[in-house]
Write a protein that binds this ligand. Sequence first.
Ligand SMILES: NC(=O)c1ccc[n+]([C@@H]2O[C@H](COP(=O)([O-])OP(=O)(O)OC[C@H]3O[C@@H](n4cnc5c(N)ncnc54)[C@H](O)[C@@H]3O)[C@@H](O)[C@H]2O)c1
Length: 279
Amino acid sequence: MKLKDKISIVTGAAQGIGRGIADRFVKEGAFVAVSDYKEPRTKLLSGQQFFQGDVSDPALWIRITSRLLEEHGQIHVLVNNAAIIQHARVHEVQLEDWNRALAVNLTSVMLGMRAVIPGMLTNGGGSIINLSSIWGSVAAPGAASYHATKAGVAHLTKNAAVTYAKNNIRVNAIHPGAIHTPMMEEMPKDTLAWVISQTPEGRTGNPRISPLALSISQATRQRSSLARSCGSTVATPRSEHQHWTKRESWECYASRLLRRSPNKGGRLKADSCIRGFWN
Ligand SMILES: NC(=O)c1ccc[n+]([C@@H]2O[C@H](COP(=O)([O-])OP(=O)(O)OC[C@H]3O[C@@H](n4cnc5c(N)ncnc54)[C@H](O)[C@@H]3O)[C@@H](O)[C@H]2O)c1
């Protein structure tokens, strides 16, 4: 059990990638606060507790953290996964929608980190994983608010990673490419066709981000070198490096990173990261 007795929060975990992470975490021994504004699509597992609410509402964070600290004394892992997508191009954006995207996709990430970091500082560390997107670094047409907020998540993650590095709080972002989830089903058909045409395998991926999230969350400080050496962000094969569809490419990527961070911890992390992607 890789996360035995680790107290975790996963937002947007009623479905999709968040649910995959929440389910994998309990299978590895963690207790998971599953948060979403919608009811979970499938029955919760033993070791999961549901907190219904809006991630952009500071009151939700007070409710979750105070309950977890009261009942478990500590929060070890936070996964900021909840997000919405809007497909409007810049000239079509409604201000109200834009502000909502900022609140749900970006402000919530700050609120979540703000809520757990004081406890992590007191307890000697923790792990925070923020879901960004390929569209936080590479542009596609349309979805202006999504691009802007996901780029914000990526850079806020780097800022927090650097700020708390000496406090043993590891802050990483995952940047998925096109993953088949309910969010993807909302995508206009022509946009989806374009996205798939840009993907070497010519298909969307399965929501199997969980091995990567697991790998990052369980890593000790020593073993987080790979994530740190790529600027505290980790990309999936279909995102930042979408032309890399083979394991050999990841090995090549890892060895490039390891030249920058040649310690033993870096080697271990690179290896587990590659296995995380391809198992
Ligand atoms: N699916 C993809 O192709 C893809 C690609 C890149 C990044 N991502 C990112 O991965 C994460 C998960 O995406 P997904 O595809 O599983 O999406 P999804 O729409 O299937 O799931 C998102 C979940 O977040 C919840 N949510 C939305 N707004 C909320 C709010 N205000 N408060 C609480 N919960 C809220 C939804 O109810 C839903 O359960 C998101 O951050 C998304 O941006 C997904």
